[in-house]
Design a protein around this ligand. Structure first.
Ligand SMILES: [Zn+2]
Length: 113
């Protein structure tokens, strides 16, 4: 299942698994991996004067997770769901396979990774 930048997803495995929807901030490797806000966060200790942290201390960043470890969140079902794609003459859109509700139109088939 392809996820897109800005999608809300629910992480289903790992330390950050839970029901809280989180935002996809980056899509990597053509959709194989995703970077999710607040998930798989690591802390790095840096000395004072480091370019990314002039004050020193701890800086945190997220590491990508496999997109197979997350599901797209459906606001109607309030959970992570499987997503299908349906095509009409004007557009393609993704939809929730549980409630059949639309999860948004895919305008162009351009990866916005
Ligand atoms: Zn749904």
């Amino acid at each position: 299942m392809r996820m897109r930048k800005g999608d809300m997803v629910v992480v289903i495995t790992g330390d950050d698994a839970g029901k809280t929807p989180r935002k996809v901030v980056r899509v990597l490797d053509g959709g194989e991996r995703i970077l999710v806000e607040g998930v798989n966060r690591v802390y790095k200790h840096v000395k004072k004067g480091h370019p990314s942290s002039p004050q020193g201390g701890r800086i945190s960043r997220e590491l990508p997770i496999s997109s197979s470890n997350a599901m797209v969140y459906c606001a109607h079902c309030t959970k992570g769901v499987r997503v299908g794609t349906r095509v009409s003459e004007q557009s393609r859109e993704r939809y929730c396979k549980v409630c059949k509700g639309s999860l948004g139109v895919i305008g162009r088939q351009k990866a916005d990774a």
